[in-house]
Design a protein around this ligand. Sequence first.
Ligand code: ATP
Ligand code: MG
Length: 387
Amino acid sequence: MSQILLLVEQKENRRLLLEWLAVYYEVLLPHSTENSEEFLPFNQSFDLAIIDGISLKRHWQWVAAQKQAEHPVCLPFLLITSRSDVGMATQFIWQSIDDLIIAPIEKIELQARVEILLRSRQLSLTLKLSHDQLDRTLQTAQELNEMKTSLLYMIAHDVRNPLNFIIGTTQLLTKYKLTLTEEKTQELLDKTQAAAKGIDQLLDDVLLLGRVESGQAGFCLLPLDLAKFCNELVGEFQSSLKLKPQTDRVALIFVNHNSQSAMASLEVSLLRRILGNLLSNAIKYSPPNTEVIFELKLTETDAIFSVQDAGIGIPVADQGRLFDSFYRAKNVGRIPGTGLGLSIVKKCVDLHGGEITLISEEGVGSTFTVTLPLAKPAKKQISPATP
Ligand code: ATP
Ligand code: MG
């Protein structure tokens, strides 16, 4: 129901207006209409004010401030005045009001003017809403555009490096295949394979991010033995760690806190993204000869995974933006990365209706903890997950 503020000092006019308007609208009266000096501050919102000449003279500054505060939405003021006063009205008064009625007031005229003014307000409110929506759409489009540009740069940079490496090693292998030792050949092949896997992973991440952002990520809950799943994942990481010389290695330790089997219904491919990214970060940002501890705990309602490292840590100033795509902390130095991993982790956790928290201190280490509810994902799309 529209709200109409009455700022009318003339008693008879006020009584009449109240009687006529209260049938269709909510009528607001300031505390003291007897003495309008006292009606301010009036800070309740309203859709239309009906004001008489005396009130307008006293409160023109307040009227101007109200109109200004609502700009560009129209906040109409309807002036009730006598025929003799109309001639005395200044230019300024005409700028402060939107329409006028000459007393004695006629009910039918009043109703028509009130309705027209309320409609103008409604229209301007609708216009403002569409304008705001358009603004938001434009902003999203700009963000998407910026993201697309960064994506292109990132792909150009992060695909070209391993690709150059693959081209270089294959040329080397072709040229020196007869003179290279078997051990050296194997080393080059392993590195080539790792570089190709890196590109594959990057493309997977980019595609997954696109699917999640456009709401097309498949979501298929399957019963899963979490302890087995984590053990296998840790095994995969340990085998790739073994490719490094012993002295450069980080030790990856898995601790399962559940005595019984840890069965849960979760989305396997998303869970793999979450844990894979956290583990690879922990390993990547840790100096050699330190430990990464990966823990799993199941409660009645949640699966809780934590990954703790004694690595470079994350400066407090960067912690708030880590989950933004392409954001990297200032202390990464020459450690490679695209800044995509954690934004994917966050989106996968959100899809599960879970949460992720971080405790980190620069130079000391970081612990990421992911809590996933066992029953209710935030967004349940029952289409099979595409690889
Ligand atoms: P990639 O997309 O290849 O994973 P990335 O590791 O740089 O690249 P994210 O995984 O999104 O990107 O991580 C974002 C940033 O958060 C990293 O660049 C790094 O600054 C910081 N970070 C994440 N995990 C850790 C960690 N365990 N220790 C220290 N810094 C971390
Ligand atoms: Mg990462």
